[in-house]
Design a protein around this ligand. Structure first.
Ligand code: SF4
Length: 327
C-alpha cells in the first residue's frame, strides 16, 4: 500500500532520504501500529501508545519524531522535556481524545468533588493534567482495582472501556463519560456475528490498544457475543498465530495492525482478515512519507507541552507505567 497520490518510486526515494536524514541528525522515529506501511518500514520502533511512550523515554536521541496522533507526541514530549519532539502533521488528532474538553472535565469534577479521575491515555495533555491516573485498555481494570472501593471514580473518555471496566470490577460508583472513537462506532455485534458466520471456526483477535476495539471487549464481557475472542498485544498475537497456524483469524482492530502482524509473521501462510475493511483511522493515515520527510528536513512540527501542564500530566502517566509494571 502506498499513501495518497505518491507513486511507488517516489515513496522509495523519500524513504531513502528519510533514512539518511535520520542518521545525519541522530533522530529516532517512533511509529504507531496503525501507521501506513511505508512509515512503519522506516521507523526505529513500531508499537502501541504505551510502548511508544516507554520507547521515547529510553532513547537518548536529541530529535524524536512521533508518527501517530497528536496526544502520542504530547506524551513523548511530557516524558522528554529536554528533547525536540516532532509530529509530521499537527492536525492528526483523535476523535476519542476530542470527546472531552478541559471545561467539561472541570464541570464534571465539580459535581463529584471527591472522585478519583481515571483517564484513558487517549486524552489531551490538559485533560491528563486534571487526572489522577492514566490507563490503557490493557491495564484499565488493574488501575481501577488499585483505587479504594469506597472512592467514587470518574472514568473518561471511552464509554465502552468504562462500561467494560464497570462490568469487570462490579464498581457501581464508577461514572463513565459518553465519549467514543469514530472507528469503533462503525462496529456492531451484528458485524462480529456475521464475520464469524462467514468464517466458521475462525478466531477473533482484538488488540486492546485504541478506542477502535473497546466495544468488542464490552460486548464480550456482557455476553452479547458468543465468539472466541483473544485479546492480545501485538507480540501476543504473533505468538498465538505462530502456535496455531492452521486457524483462520478475523482481526477486530484498525486495519493498520494487519501489516504489522504479517510483517512480524514473516510473510504468507496465515489467514488474517479484517473484521471490516473500513475500520480505518483517517487521523493515523494523515502521516504520510512526504510529510515525514519534510518534518525531518525542516524540523517541524514541534510539540511542546507548557511546563506547568506537563508536570501535572506526568504524574498520572507515571502511575499508569508503575501499575502496568512496564516502567
Ligand atoms: S483509532 Fe480512534 S482512538 Fe485510535 S487514534 Fe484513531 S480516532 Fe483515536
Amino acid at each position: 500500500m502506498v499513501g495518497g497520490r505518491l507513486g511507488v518510486e517516489d515513496v522509495k526515494r523519500m524513504q531513502r532520504e528519510i533514512l539518511e536524514l535520520k542518521k545525519r541528525k541522530d533522530a529516532y522515529i517512533i511509529a504507531h501500529n496503525y501507521q501506513l506501511p511505508e512509515i512503519q518500514d522506516v521507523a526505529d520502533y513500531v508499537g502501541d501508545s504505551l510502548g511508544m511512550a516507554l520507547e521515547a523515554r529510553k532513547t537518548d536521541h536529541p530529535l524524536v519524531v512521533v508518527c501517530g496522533v497528536h496526544f502520542m507526541a504530547e506524551t513523548a514530549s511530557i516524558l522528554l522535556p529536554d528533547r525536540k519532539v516532532l509530529i509530521p502533521d499537527p492536525n492528526a488528532g483523535c476523535s476519542l481524545a476530542s470527546s472531552i474538553t478541559v471545561e467539561q472535565l472541570k464541570e464534571w469534577k465539580g459535581r463529584h468533588p471527591d472522585a478519583v479521575v481515571v483517564s484513558y491515555v487517549n486524552t489531551t495533555a490538559e485533560v491528563k493534567a486534571l487526572s489522577d491516573y492514566c490507563c490503557t485498555s490493557s491495564n484499565a481494570v488493574e488501575v481501577v482495582e488499585s483505587i479504594p472501593e469506597e472512592r467514587e471514580i470518574l472514568f473518561l473518555p471511552d464509554m465502552f472501556l468504562g462500561m467494560y471496566v464497570r462490568e469487570k470490577t462490579g464498581r457501581k460508583n464508577l461514572h463513565v463519560w459518553p465519549g467514543e472513537c469514530h472507528v469503533h462506532a462503525k462496529v456492531t455485534t451484528a458485524d462480529i456475528s456475521r464475520a464469524v458466520l462467514e468464517n466458521p471456526g475462525s478466531t477473533l483477535l482484538v488488540h486492546p490498544e485504541c478506542g477502535c476495539s473497546t466495544n468488542c471487549l464490552y460486548f464480550q464481557a456482557k455476553g452479547e457475543i458468543d465468539v472466541d475472542i483473544k485479546v492480545l498485544s501485538t507480540g501476543g498475537m504473533v505468538r498465538y498465530v505462530r502456535e496455531h497456524p492452521q486457524e483462520d483469524y478475523v482481526v477486530a482492530t484498525e486495519v493498520g495492525i494487519l501489516y504489522r502482524l504479517k510483517k512480524e509473521l514473516g510473510g504468507n501462510g496465515y489467514n488474517l482478515k479484517p473484521l471490516r475493511e473500513d475500520m480505518l483511522c483517517e487521523y493515523m493515515k494523515m502521516i504520510t512519507v512526504d510529510k515525514l520527510l519534510r518534518s525531518l528536513k525542516e524540523e517541524v512540527y514541534e510539540v511542546r507541552v507548557p511546563r506547568e501542564i506537563a508536570e501535572k500530566a506526568r504524574k498520572p502517566i507515571e502511575r499508569m507505567l508503575e501499575i502496568s509494571g512496564r516502567r
